[in-house]
Design a protein around this ligand. Structure first.
Ligand SMILES: Cc1cc2nc3c(=O)[nH]c(=O)nc-3n(C[C@H](O)[C@H](O)[C@H](O)COP(=O)(O)OP(=O)(O)OC[C@H]3O[C@@H](n4cnc5c(N)ncnc54)[C@H](O)[C@@H]3O)c2cc1C
Length: 507
């Protein structure tokens, strides 16, 4: 780490959480509830809390998970819409942080660049930049909890397209949407087939002259009601907390059965989704051309469209779908490999994210750099060979946060176990280095595939496998003991004694 040492010792806390998004705020709530005597801080690189839900500002920005499962178990979601816009999600997150006094623990404009673990001192030294002043500082902690999300904040992903410089109109990436951008009466082409593209198209049709969604490959798109009548009914007859808990249970079961059904009966799932799509589209619409992906349902994240809004936009004639490969941008728009020309005033590149593991934090353990692809995730919570460190990676086949909640529970139990035994260090160690491994995010999506060689890995069996099953995780993270043959605990008094005796032996 290059920053100079200052005379004043750096501030020390028991736990440092990186990131004030939904995961970091949730982790702080768990920690504060289970370990009220531990000191902690949340370091947030940006000037605002909320992570994803504050960063993205494109028209229509919303979740595609229901908020009963995407929100916290301990904070009822009471809004009418169970699939909600970013504003409502942000308000919910900030209200949670304020209610629990967590907002006072968040340090905005604090970007963590590096973290160095010292076994001798059993602590992390963090290299932190004040993003508002450029000042560099250090902080130390006993435990580092990385809730930094999974993608680069400064730059969305845009593939290289031929001829972009020739285009006379405006090109915008949804991650960098200009504030108050006026697209009224403009012809818009949205390039992409994922959740962002299917959100943008119906959100823009009211003002734009026409919106075309241009996709290379179709995705599975599932129409779903934005309001849940059962949630409304339960809120009328039960206290808010009970209604939330019941809705959460119901939606966890629905997500789980939907995913399992797709895994077990991919052909039936494909037929069912096609039927639901065709039902929403005009008679004779080429459903198979635009809504029939070449892969099985859930091989990539399934896109949800609330109240079938995308299909309504297409049926109204104000939006259209085109499936084809881009040959080049032209002065007036785009030319496809088929020779077809699409004219546009604005082209939106909804082409994805750049994956970034651990918010770009460079880790070292006793001076040795940690090369993430050499590490294997333990219970999805820690990394092999990296002491007192946890990460918050959620589900990709259900609400991300369902897993984060369980990880936080396990993390708090781990801290209790260490306190009870006087341990100050805990590190997962791979007993079988020959165990077959695969990438931590085992998902077909292009943005995941592009970055596989930068990510930690997972093993082929528990506790090294990254489970994507909530019930399996309940067993492993909530019910099973924290002690595990693969987990090494020590106190740094023991550690110092061991080092001294090995020095004596060497001498
Ligand atoms: C548009 C969009 C819609 C989505 N919709 C859903 C959905 O409906 N359901 C679902 O399950 N998932 C969804 N996701 C995935 C979504 O990102 C996660 O579910 C969730 O919001 C992630 O929360 P998080 O707190 O883990 O990370 P983030 O929201 O990414 O927050 C991470 C925070 O860490 C900070 N940070 C990062 N690196 C550093 C550093 N080095 N130092 C200090 N701070 C740092 C960031 O500034 C940020 O504030 C969506 C993603 C996008 C982009």
């Amino acid at each position: 780490m290059s920053s100079p040492r200052t005379a004043v010792p750096p501030e020390h806390v028991d736990v440092l959480i990186v990131g004030a998004g939904i995961s970091g705020i949730g982790a702080a709530c768990s920690l504060q509830r289970e370990h009220p005597s531990k000191s902690y801080a949340i370091l947030e690189a940006r000037g605002a809390t909320g992570g994803t839900w504050d960063l993205f500002r494109y028209p229509g920005i919303r979740s595609d998970s229901d908020l009963h499962t995407f929100g916290y178990a301990f904070k009822p979601w009471t809004s009418e819409k169970s699939i909600a816009g970013a504003d409502a999600i942000l308000a919910y997150l900030r209200e949670t942080a304020a209610e629990h006094g967590i907002d006072r623990k968040i340090r905005l404009h604090h970007k963590v660049h590096g973290a160095a673990w010292s076994s001798a001192e059993a602590r992390w030294v963090l290299d932190v930049e004040r993003t508002d002043t450029g000042e560099r500082m250090q902080l130390t902690c006993r435990w580092l909890f990385c809730a930094s999300g999974y993608y680069r904040y400064d730059q969305g992903f845009t593939p290289r397209f031929e001829g972009t410089e020739r285009f006379q109109g405006r090109v915008i990436h949804p991650q960098h949407w200009p504030e108050g951008f006026d697209y009224s009466d403009k012809r818009v082409v949205v390039i992409g087939s994922g959740a962002t593209a299917v959100t943008l198209v119906p959100a823009m049709v009211d003002e734009a002259a026409h919106v075309t969604m241009l996709q290379r490959t179709p995705s599975y798109i599932l129409p779903t009601p934005s309001e849940d009548w059962l949630a409304k009914f339960l809120r009328m007859v039960l206290p808010k907390g009970w209604a939330h808990a019941l809705m959460r249970r119901k939606n966890i079961a629905v997500q789980r059965y939907l995913w399992r059904f797709c895994q077990r009966y991919p052909r039936a799932a494909r037929r069912l989704i096609r039927f639901l799509n065709a039902r929403e589209l005009p008679k004779g619409y080429p459903v198979d051309e635009h809504f029939n992906p070449p892969y099985a349902p859930w091989a990539q994240r399934l896109c949800v469209v609330p109240d079938a809004d995308l299909f309504k936009a297409i049926s109204s004639g104000r939006a259209s779908m085109v499936t084809g490969h881009i040959d080049t941008f032209t002065e007036k728009g785009l030319r496809l490999k088929s020779g077809r020309e699409l004219e546009a005033d604005i082209i939106v590149t909804a082409t994805g994210l750049n994956i970034l593991a651990l918010g770009g934090i460079a880790l070292t353990v006793d001076g040795a750099p940690v090369h993430l692809p050499d590490t294997v995730a333990f219970k999805g919570l820690m990394l092999s060979g990296v002491p007192n460190f946890s990460l918050a990676v959620g589900y990709t086949n259900a609400s991300w946060t369902l897993k984060i909640g369980l990880l936080c529970e396990h993390f708090c139990r781990l801290l209790s176990h260490m306190d009870a035994h006087g341990y100050t260090r805990c590190s997962p160690e791979l007993s079988d280095p020959a165990m077959p491994t695969r990438p931590l995010l085992d998902f077909d999506a292009g943005y995941v595939q592009r970055s596989l060689d930068t990510l930690p890995r997972q093993g082929d069996q528990a506790p090294w496998r990254m489970s994507m099953d909530y019930l399996e995780d309940i067993r492993m993270l909530r019910e099973d003991p924290v002690e595990d043959p693969n987990l090494r605990f020590s106190s740094h008094v023991q550690q110092a004694a061991a080092s001294a005796s090995s020095v004596r032996a060497a001498g």
